[in-house]
Design a binder for this molecule. Structure first.
Ligand code: F6R
Length: 241
């Protein structure tokens, strides 16, 4: 696991974007694994800038998102479908048919889950962007999830719902379930870039970097992956000094 410590959120975003820009320059038809949440927003802004400067194009890129809330409409401002279009896809030349986001609404969610998992089996993600939950979750694989888990419907923990309340009007509006890539799907990516920023993640960083590999801290499995870069800002890194 390669650890890069940077000054702040902006530096983290620039560093992550540099890695993605390099990837797209070397392989314009890359398959990207993408995340939502607060951590990647700055990275997406940097990628849009690079696109506008003519440095990169998304016309041959395919994307697979980690997760999506169950039961909220794709046009809901907090759906991950909406988030991805608002923060990245609407601003670059990606083709909509190359965008893959789990769909977890309507009837037969189990079938949708199976379809997404099969789609993941048919590709190899070149580079996967990840955030980390303060409880160590990756995508929505909450503590206790098997390292062998593939795409599934998860009941979100109270901690995760509280953490994500900031994006909704009240806790009652935060969905209780989500569809998520499993840990096994994530580990199949060729390379992984994880973003960690802010003082609220300082204990999380400590557990990630010093703790054992255990299903009670899902992100710890990343120590077993051969190509992981974790970009951490100084506030998040403060307990390591
Ligand atoms: C988002 C996702 C989550 C977030 C994590 C951190 O697609 O899968 O695991 O990466 O909850 O969220 P932020 O970045 O908002 O702290």
């Amino acid at each position: 696991m390669k650890v890069i410590v940077v000054k702040n959120y902006d530096e983290m975003s620039k560093k992550a974007a540099e890695i993605f820009i390099e990837q797209l320059k070397n392989k314009p038809n890359s398959i990207l694994g993408l995340a939502t949440g607060g951590s990647p927003v700055g990275t997406y802004k940097e990628l849009i800038k690079a696109y506008n400067d003519g440095q990169i194009s998304f016309k041959d890129v395919q994307t697979y998102n980690l997760d999506e809330y169950c039961g909220i409409d794709i046009n809901h401002p907090q759906s991950y479908y909406y988030f991805m279009h608002d923060n990245l896809f609407n601003h670059v030349d990606i083709k909509e048919e190359n965008v893959h986001i789990p769909s977890a609404r309507g009837e037969n969610i189990a079938k949708q889950c199976e379809d997404y998992n099969n789609a993941l089996h048919s590709v190899e993600i070149d580079i996967q962007l990840l955030g980390i939950g303060s409880n160590g979750h990756i995508a929505f694989n909450e503590p206790g999830t098997s390292f062998e888990q593939e795409t599934f419907i998860v009941e979100l923990t109270d901690k995760t719902r509280q953490d994500n309340k900031r994006f909704f009007n009240s806790i009652d509006e935060v969905p209780t379930h989500a569809m998520t890539m499993g840990i096994k799907n994530i580990m199949q990516a060729k390379s992984i870039v994880m973003l960690i920023s802010g003082a609220s993640k300082k204990e999380t960083v400590e557990k990630l970097l010093k703790g054992p590999i255990t299903e009670s801290f899902p992100a710890s499995i990343l120590h077993n992956h051969q190509d992981v870069t974790v970009i951490i800002d100084e506030e998040a890194y403060q307990n390591m000094k």
